[in-house]
Ligand binder design. Structure first.
Ligand code: ADP
Ligand code: MG
Length: 600
């Protein structure tokens, strides 16, 4: 071994850079965070060659005194904390004092700043050489700061080799800008790549403007099919937009979670969200959300990771519960509703500032499935008009009462199509219901409700039914007698390889008893010991619900169809079946008119 030597400042910084400066996107993240910490209200980002050639970020924040510029570029120098106590309740995005020093050690960096409103005279600093000495010279600059990072990794070829294609690197970089744009609605952002404007986001203050920004960042389809939630639990507040279960994604790429304005990826959060969506999402699909958790900063430790995208919650159970119950509640309300907002926004209703009218924007918690887009919802007046004109056409389709408000959200059944779909008419137009999917959800929710009361009520069979099974299945019945009892099933062992079913749940009257018991047995076999059953009880119930539901091709009478529609309106989560497929959709008169090119 050779003698111990002190690392040169540049080398020490380059080693530290390994943790925070992985690619151009990480530079953008650090520099943008500094601009936000400096209170900027407008930030412009210019990049060339996905940032590997140039990243220039200009803000109108507080600026840096020329005497402080050398310090800003040196390691372990920060204006954001002075003591350990500060760290306990840090409100800034940065605090480690190493980003600029790290970036400066692996690129050609210049920092130009002016802290004064009344002068356009600023100062530029660039650091050079192995000891990172800082050179200063005067420069004209309005109040604020510009950071210019050229030739990233020019002196660390090993790092440079790890960079991907320009497209991939730019995607990462754009993602960083999107996250920060979602974290600070009040700040205006402009992103240009190779001279072309990619995002131009004006500062967003009203609910409508915020929704516009979310639409610009996450795509308009998301906001059109999202619910707005805002829940308070103790001193925690959770608000934002959650995608309807029918707006699911093949990847978890539209999931943004902010804790006190800082974007994070957290297992606990992911778990709570997943659990909330468990019952309503199509298998293997991912939910979409933009959520903000606000809590006392002393309740969360952000100094867990150099990138600060991981946090530790002091009371993680309370956080889990807040997220789970907030989302679960909102998703449970996804059922056909009349045009009444079900969730209040923080500012109350979204009021159009221009006209003073209540804006009927999507995403404000109208509690409706995808196709029931509130943006196309007619006003009450229009709806009344429509109902009147309907009434003339199809008096039989309406209830005896002539008050239009009396038309329920899913309207009244007209007919059944191919034994699969119910056609109904409501105030807005045509409603189409997948009767099997809808009935399955209703049955499932009833079974769950009954389970919550501990035991699902059973009904003895007039003629007990014998089923031939394997010895292993007989053993399962013996081992899980308590589970069967709670499911409302009475199954006796009739022989080495036979069972006798004496009772089934009332709700499942008329279903295929043998198939039902076999499926429950296979669930039990798959999920193993009885203490794991609790967790999978819902899946078993879901399987049972499938058996008990009306099969396609069954003819229903009009009163039966109407009863199903009313049940759907009453049932939680009835906007989608147990597998996450939508249960109903509609076509408004307007849409039908468009289809038939009928001008009105
Ligand atoms: P940290 O953000 O952890 O403090 P940085 O290396 O990112 O460390 O920045 C060092 C210091 O430089 C900051 O504490 C801040 O005082 C100053 N600074 C950096 N960027 C800006 C900016 N855009 N506007 C004003 N001050 C800045
Ligand atoms: Mg910083």
């Amino acid at each position: 071994m050779s003698r111990i030597q002190r690392l040169s400042p540049r080398l020490a910084n380059q080693i530290a850079a390994g943790e925070v400066v992985e690619r151009p996107a990480s530079v953008v993240k650090e520099v943008l965070e500094n601009s936000l910490d400096a209170g900027a209200s407008r930030i412009e980002i210019d990049v060339e060659a996905a940032g590997s050639k140039l990243i220039r970020i200009r803000d109108n924040g507080a600026g840096i005194d020329s005497e402080d510029l050398p310090l800003a570029l040196s390691r372990h120098a920060t204006s954001k904390i002075v003591s350990l106590e500060d760290l306990e309740c840090v409100g800034s995005l940065g605090f480690r004092g190493e980003a600029l020093a790290s970036i400066g050690s692996v690129s050609r960096l210049t920092l130009t700043s002016n802290p004064r409103d009344d002068s356009s005279e600023g100062c530029t600093a660039l650091c050079e050489g192995r000891d990172m000495e800082v050179q200063l010279r005067p420069a004209s600059h309005p109040r604020g700061t510009t950071v210019e990072v050229r030739d990233l990794f020019f002196n660390t070829p090993a790092r440079r080799k790890f960079l991907r294609t320009e497209k991939t690197e730019f995607n990462h970089l754009e993602e960083v800008v999107k996250r920060l744009a979602l974290s600070r609605f009040e700040v205006g952002f402009m992103l240009r790549h190779n001279g072309k404007v990619i995002h131009s986001l004006a500062s967003a203050n009203s609910v409508a403007e915020r929704q516009r920004r979310v639409a610009a960042v996450c795509g308009p389809a998301f906001i059109e099919q999202a619910l707005f939630i805002d829940v308070q639990r103790g001193d925690m507040r959770l608000w934002g937009w959650i995608g309807l279960p029918t707006f699911s994604r093949s990847q978890s790429d539209l999931q943004y979670f902010f804790v006190n304005g800082r974007v994070i990826r957290d297992k606990l959060v992911a778990h709570a969200v997943k659990q909330a969506y468990r019952d309503v999402l199509f298998h293997g699909r991912h939910s979409a959300f933009v959520l903000y958790l606000e809590l006392d900063p002393t309740q969360v430790d952000v100094n867990v990771h150099p990138g600060k995208h991981e946090v530790r919650f002091r009371d993680s159970r309370a956080v889990h519960q807040c997220i789970f119950s907030g989302l679960h509640r909102a998703l449970a309300d996804v059922r056909p509703v009349s045009a009444q907002p079900t969730v209040a926004t923080p500012e109350g209703l979204a009021v159009d500032t221009q006209t003073g009218e209540i804006a009927r924007q999507p995403g404000l918690g109208w509690g409706a499935p995808a196709a029931y887009s509130p943006s196309s919802m007619p006003s009450l007046g229009q709806a009344r008009e429509q109902v009147r004109s309907y009434a003339g056409l199809h008096p039989a389709a309406l209830p005896a009462s002539d008050t239009p408000e009396a038309v329920p959200p899913l309207g009244y059944a007209l007919a059944q199509l191919k034994g699969i779909y119910i056609l109904a008419e409501n105030a807005e137009g045509l409603v189409l219901v997948d009767m099997h999917a809808a009935h399955e959800r209703i049955t499932y929710e009833r079974l769950k409700a009954a389970r919550a009361l501990d035991v699902i009520p059973g009904q003895p069979l007039l003629v007990p039914e014998a089923i031939a099974v394997s010895e292993r299945e007989v053993a399962l019945v013996q081992d899980h007698a308590d589970v069967f009892a709670r499911l409302g099933l009475v199954v006796d062992v009739a022989g080495e390889e036979s069972l006798m079913v004496r009772q089934i749940p009332v709700t499942l009257r008329g279903s295929d008893v043998a198939a039902l018991v076999r499926d429950v047995l296979s669930d039990l076999a798959e999920y193993g010991s009885s203490d794991r059953i609790e967790a999978h009880m819902d899946e078993i119930l879901s399987t049972m619900a499938c058996h008990g539901s009306v099969r396609a091709n069954r003819r229903l009478t009009v009163p039966e169809m109407n009863a199903l529609l009313r049940d759907m309106e009453e049932t939680e989560r009835s906007g989608q079946c147990n597998h996450g497929r939508p249960t109903w959709t509609r076509m408004t008169l307007d849409e039908l008119d468009k289809l038939f090119l009928r001008g009105r």
